[in-house]
Ligand binder design. Structure first.
Ligand code: SAM
Length: 464
C-alpha cells in the first residue's frame, strides 16, 4: 500500500490532527483520545499489509479510526470497544449499506417532530436562523431537503418534559454546568423525535450518533484540554440546525462510499479486550493497529459522559460503574478493590519495581488520599490487564500477524516516569509475541510537569 502524502513530524502540533481530506466518515463523531487516520495509513504501509488479503482488527477501537480507515483502503476489518458510546460510534461508522433515501425521509420526519416539540415551549426551532453553520458551500449528492422548509410547516405539539425523560439519578450523572437548560430541551426533543420516527435500530443509531456529535460540539458547554472541562455556559444553541447539518453530511458521505462499488467486510463487537470472547465465530486477523488506554488518570467515562447520559445509555451510577469495570484499569476511578489483573505480571521485575517505587514515593511524600494510595495498584493492574489481552488475542490472530500499539509514556503518579511502550513490550514477550521495534509517534508537552513526553508505537509480531 503506497502512502500518498507527507505526514507532519513527531514534534509538529499537526501530527495528531485530522487532515481535511480525511473528514469523510471519520468526522461523524471523534474524541480527543483518538489518533488520526494518517497514522493508520502509515502503519498499514509500514507493516506491508495487503488490501483484499489482510484483515485489520482494532480491539480498543474508540471512535473507529482504524477500522474505518482500513476499510476505506480496501481491508476487511473488525472493531471492538467496551464503552457503549464508542461501541455505538464503531457500529454506525462501519454500517455503509444503509439506504440513503430512507435516511433522508426519516431525517425530515425527525426535524418536523422535534420542531413541533420545541414550538410547544415557544422555542424557535432554528435559533440561529439557518443550518449553514456546518454545510456552507457543500453540494450534496442526493436529495437533502431544505431545513427552513421542513421547520416552517411544523406546529406546536407535545412539550418536552425533561424530568420524565431524564430521571433524577440520570441528571446527577451529568457534571454541573455541562449543558444549559434550553440546549438540553432541544437535545431531548431530538432524542424523542429520533425514537418515535425511526423504525429500525440501525437508523435510530445512525441519528443518535449525529446527535452525539451535536451534543459535544454545539449543545454542551464543553472544552477538551485534553481532559473534558466546563466552559462558560451558553444561554442557547442551534442544536436542531447543527444536528440537521451533521446528519446531512453523514448521508452525503454514505452516498459517496456506496458509489465506490464493492466494499470489504466489516464486523463490530462490544466487549472486553481482556477476554476477547466477543470475537468468537469471527475470522482471525492479520494486523492490529490500536491505542489502548494507558495509566494516566484519565477517566474515559467522563470525557464522553454528557452524550452517554443524554442518549439514555446510562441511567444511574451503577451503570457507569459497570462501564468502568469493563475497561482496562488505567486510573484511580476504575481501580476497584476486587480487581486482580496485576497478579499476571508479578514476575516482570521492571513493572513490579516501578509500582513499588511509586508506593515508596507516596509514603515519602506523606500523601495518603484514597486516590494516591491506588497509584501503584493501577500500574500493576494495567499491565496485568494488557497481559490478559495479549493472551486472549492469540486465538484470533493468524501466525505472522503484526501488531502496532500506540501508547504514551506517563508521569501522572508523583512524576515518576512510566515508559509504557517499553514495559508493554515485556508484557507482550511474556505472552509469546516477538518485539519488532518501538517508534516515536509524537512528543507531547505536559503542562503539569512542563516536560515533553513521548507517545510511541510498539510493534510486535505473533509467531503463531
Ligand atoms: C485511546 S482510546 C482509542 C481511540 C481510537 N484509536 C480512536 O482513534 O478513536 C481507547 C479505547 O479503549 C476502550 N477500552 C478501554 N478498556 C477496554 C477494554 N477492556 N476492552 C475494550 N475496549 C476498552 C475505551 O473505551 C476507549 O474507547
Amino acid at each position: 500500500m503506497a502512502l500518498q502524502e507527507p505526514i507532519p513530524g513527531p514534534d509538529s502540533g499537526k501530527r495528531n490532527k485530522l487532515l481535511d481530506r480525511d473528514r469523510e466518515i471519520h468526522d461523524w463523531y471523534r474524541f480527543v483520545l483518538g489518533y488520526p487516520p494518517h497514522l493508520v495509513r502509515l502503519y498499514l504501509d509500514r507493516l506491508e499489509a495487503e488490501p483484499g488479503e489482510d484483515r485489520v482488527l482494532d480491539p480498543f477501537s474508540g471512535t473507529a479510526t482504524t477500522p474505518v480507515e482500513a476499510r476505506k483502503n480496501g481491508f476487511s476489518t473488525i472493531g471492538v470497544d467496551a464503552n457503549p458510546i464508542t461501541s455505538l460510534a464503531t457500529r454506525v461508522k462501519l454500517r455503509w449499506g444503509l439506504d440513503t433515501d430512507d435516511l433522508i425521509e426519516q431525517l425530515a420526519s425527525i426535524i418536523d417532530d422535534a420542531a413541533g416539540r420545541l414550538l410547544a415551549h415557544d422555542l424557535d426551532p432554528l435559533v440561529d436562523g439557518g443550518f449553514q453553520t456546518r454545510l456552507e458551500d457543500k453540494a450534496f449528492e442526493g436529495d437533502i431537503p431544505d431545513l427552513g422548509a421542513l421547520t416552517s410547516g411544523a406546529a406546536p405539539s407535545e412539550p418536552v418534559n425533561v424530568d420524565v425523560i431524564l430521571s433524577e439519578s440520570a441528571k446527577k450523572l451529568i457534571p454541573k454546568g455541562f449543558i444549559s437548560e434550553k440546549p438540553l430541551k432541544r437535545v431531548l426533543a431530538l432524542r424523542l423525535a429520533i425514537e418515535e420516527n425511526t423504525e429500525v435500530i440501525e437508523r435510530e443509531e445512525f441519528f443518535f450518533l449525529a446527535l452525539s456529535n451535536t451534543v459535544v460540539s454545539t449543545a454542551g458547554n464543553l472544552g477538551f484540554g485534553p481532559e473534558v472541562y466546563r466552559k462558560s455556559p451558553k444561554e442557547d444553541a442551534g442544536v436542531l440546525s447543527d444536528f440537521f447539518g451533521v446528519s446531512a453530511q453523514m448521508i452525503h458521505d454514505l452516498t459517496r462510499v456506496q458509489n465506490q462499488g464493492d466494499l470489504p467486510s466489516a464486523w463490530t463487537r462490544s466487549g472486553d479486550a481482556r477476554t476477547m470472547d466477543c470475537l468468537e465465530g469471527l475470522p482471525p486477523s492479520d494486523l492490529i493497529i490500536t491505542s489502548p488506554p494507558y495509566p494516566n488518570e484519565k477517566d474515559y467515562t467522563r470525557s464522553t459522559r454528557l452524550e452517554t447520559v443524554l442518549l439514555g445509555l446510562v441511567e444511574e451510577q451503577s451503570d457507569v460503574q459497570d462501564i468502568k469495570r469493563s475497561l482496562l484499569v488505567s486510573n484511580s476511578r476504575n481501580c476497584y478493590v476486587d480487581v486482580d489483573d496485576g497478579k499476571h505480571i508479578e514476575d516482570i521485575d521492571e513493572i513490579t519495581s516501578l509500582a513499588d517505587r511509586i508506593e515508596e514515593k507516596r509514603i515519602e511524600l506523606g500523601k495518603d488520599s484514597g486516590f494516591e494510595k491506588k497509584y501503584h495498584e493501577i500500574v500493576r493492574h494495567y499491565f496485568g490487564g494488557m497481559y490478559l489481552h495479549f493472551e486472549s488475542l492469540k486465538d484470533h490472530l493468524n501466525p505472522g500477524a503484526k501488531l502496532a500499539y500506540v501508547v504514551g509514556d506517563q508521569q501522572s503518579y508523583f512524576r515518576i516516569n512510566i515508559p509504557t511502550a517499553d514495559l508493554l513490550e515485556k508484557v507482550g514477550k511474556k505472552a509469546g509475541y516477538q518485539p519488532l521495534d518501538t517508534e516515536l509517534w509524537r512528543e507531547r508537552f505536559a503542562t503539569e510537569t512542563e516536560k515533553t513526553i513521548d507517545e510511541n508505537v510498539l510493534l510486535l509480531e505473533y509467531p503463531g
